[in-house]
Design a protein around this ligand. Structure first.
Ligand code: UDP
Length: 373
């Protein structure tokens, strides 16, 4: 008899949901994480009364009612709606691409005029079947918007030319011929009141779940594997196999956080800097994720901002985004064959499956996996 039924590596969303579901089924679960806290990259930390998204901004959004009901068991959500602003060399545009954006860009007033502009620019570019992100972007919104709001931002974000990136990345963003600047096409949206860390702590709060932090599984994996019947691994898949087929590439993000002695720095949670020259991709002002804050600072006179700098991952950095190009896709498939041959181990989450998952997709994937095994 082993000490635990399941060993979960990584206390991010995938690991936490898997652990909780197993514990609810009466299994004994051990969760280990190398960081000093749970939450993975959704981790939030309170600074001067503001929940700071330490590993990048996370806005929960989903069309999946089951997932929405699931997270609402563990947190109360506010009614935050994401509507970022793009700053292109001092010109401000509404995101995602909607009638406010088209009006500012071209002076058009009606949806018909906007559609005609896009169609004209698409025709001039001669794109029929978009084969990469650049062609996809131009065919969705035309050349002007591509040049000002997509090209520079995407190249900074991914460190690659738009022509060398897959089309699906830009299909994440809606294009609307309405005056609707809600970034997500989602039925349900919000941010957990009190922060994501609290939500993940609540998910993991079960008598049959034991948590060990500050512990790197890969440094002593034989010992940990000996403890449990089954292992769920949510770290980078290539690291698990000691990079034996070569490194998968990731994008990393560096944050420069500042506490400012003013109540309102930019008037919005997210401002994207979409030109190629500004070194950061976006600035997050965390207090605006919390609905009900006062712009005059009557409730909180100070504010916390984070500038995000995107970089190529190298050993020692935190991996954030899998790089979705062909080369990495193929290498992942080779790692996946190794993973499938490990009968005791399940690989899950953004890093374990090398997949550009959103939070709701991670939760749905974990719930599905629980039901399979
Ligand atoms: N994007 C862009 N301009 C923007 C915002 C997004 O070109 O102002 C593109 C960019 O290629 C990015 C993709 O859309 O990688 C997806 O953006 P999303 O906001 O979904 O990325 P995330 O929040 O996951 O970093």
């Amino acid at each position: 008899m082993k000490k635990y039924d399941v060993l979960v590596i990584g206390a991010g969303l995938y690991g936490a949901v898997y652990a909780r579901e197993m514990a609810d089924q009466g299994k004994m679960v051990h969760v280990i994480d190398k960081r000093p806290s749970v939450g993975g990259n959704v981790y939030t930390e309170e600074v001067e009364g503001i929940q700071v998204h330490k590993y990048g901004a996370h806005i929960f959004h989903t069309n999946d009612r089951e997932v929405w009901e699931y997270v609402n068991k563990y947190a109360e959500f506010n009614r935050f709606t994401n509507s970022p602003v793009a700053n292109y060399k001092g010109e401000l545009y509404s995101l995602p691409f909607n009638m406010y954006t088209f009006n500012k860009m071209w002076g058009v007033v009606t949806p018909q005029e906007a559609a005609a502009r896009i169609e004209e620019q698409r025709r001039e570019a001669g794109i029929t079947e978009p084969k990469n992100l650049e062609e996809q972007a131009i065919s969705l919104v035309g050349t002007d918007i591509y040049e000002k709001l997509i090209k520079g931002y995407t190249q900074k974000q991914w460190g690659r030319e738009c022509r060398d990136l897959p089309a699906f990345i830009i299909k994440r963003l809606p294009v609307r011929l309405t005056f609707d600047n809600n970034y997500f096409n989602a039925l349900f949206q919000g941010i957990p009141i009190g922060g994501y860390t609290k939500m993940v702590e609540n998910i993991l709060d079960h008598v049959s779940i034991e948590i060990t932090l500050n512990t790197d599984y890969l440094e002593d994996r034989e010992r940990w594997n000996g403890e449990a019947e089954r292992v769920v691994y949510t770290g980078p898949i290539d690291a698990y196999f000691d990079y034996r087929l070569g490194n998968l590439e990731y994008r990393s993000v560096r944050f420069e956080n500042e506490l400012l002695d003013m109540p309102n720095f930019q008037g919005n949670a997210a401002v994207n800097y979409t030109d190629a020259e500004t070194p950061w991709t976006r600035i997050i002002e965390h207090k605006w994720f919390e609905f009900g804050r006062d712009a005059e600072g009557n409730d909180l006179p100070r504010t916390v901002i984070s500038r995000e700098y995107s970089s190529e991952w190298k050993p020692g950095d935190e991996p954030y985004y899998p790089v979705n190009d062909e080369k990495n896709g193929q290498l992942y498939q080779e790692y996946k064959k190794l993973a499938d041959a490990e009968d005791k181990v399940i690989f899950g989450g953004r890093l374990g499956e090398y997949k550009y998952y959103d939070m709701d997709q991670v939760i749905a994937a974990a719930l599905k996996k629980v039901r399979e095994k």
